[in-house]
Design a protein around this ligand. Sequence first.
Ligand code: ATR
Length: 284
Amino acid sequence: MTAFDTEDDILPRAGVIGWPVDHSRSPKLHGFWLAQYGLSGRYDKLPVPPEDVGAFLEALPKEPGFRGVNVTLPNKVAVLPYLAEIDPVAKRIGAVNTIVVREDGSLHGSNTDAFGFLASLRADAPKIWRAANGPAVVVGAGGASRAIIVALLDAGTPELRLTNRSRDKAEALAAEFGSRLQVVDWEERAASLAGTNLLVNTTSLGMGGQPPLDLPLDDLPVTALVNDIVYTPLETGLLAAARARGNPVVDGLGMLLHQGRPGFEAWFGVAPEVTMELRAAVLA
Ligand code: ATR
């Protein structure tokens, strides 16, 4: 802060720390909301390599106007030691994506990916899927999968079938998250779809430039909801195949948009909405 700054000149600020951070869509998301609600504030891309995360977070409370940050790859785990408090969901996921600077300058960390995932299914497929009504299949056992597993278990999924190319990673998650999680061998993934009411792809397969997800859907009940966390393209091969056989589908953009809501509200004081205009602006 310079001698010429007054309290009134200090805009509320937030941003996203990642490395690289150029690809992040969060500035578009939060920028759209700031404009929509006529708020003066800013949200920036903040390139921070993992080795600089500690120094960045120690300086953050002293930065004029800074209310907090989103955290993206590869920093979601690296931030943990620097937070005064971590909410229980983030602890279970083992990663933080949203940090709020509290009144006393201490840092609070949460993970809004599980919330974003459930909010997106509820908003984009209202009344179609209820967690308690059947088993779910989750493909993949990386960071995104952890958030979705926590979301589904908390929502009341009675049985979660987890399949991953490297079986050991799925086994580790089953050991951590308990008996409702059943590991399915990668070779058995197609057969595991029988009798389920939800299929989620949490891998990067199907993303532009990546191989497609090879998963025949013949055994999937036609009433089951199909979700892909990939949103480039919006209609992945998995979603196109599911739609063609009559399954309801939800694309991956909703999770990205809904996960941003709690942070925006904490930093800028308005609970934002997810609209078609927002979807178009973030995709552009
Ligand atoms: P994220 O944090 O985004 O979930 P990640 O931790 O790198 O990313 O996890 C990527 C997931 O996609 C993993 O489940 C990975 O499977 P492995 O554990 O076997 O690596 C899965 N994945 C990536 N490429 C794959 C491929 N070609 N075939 C099958 N699974 C793949």
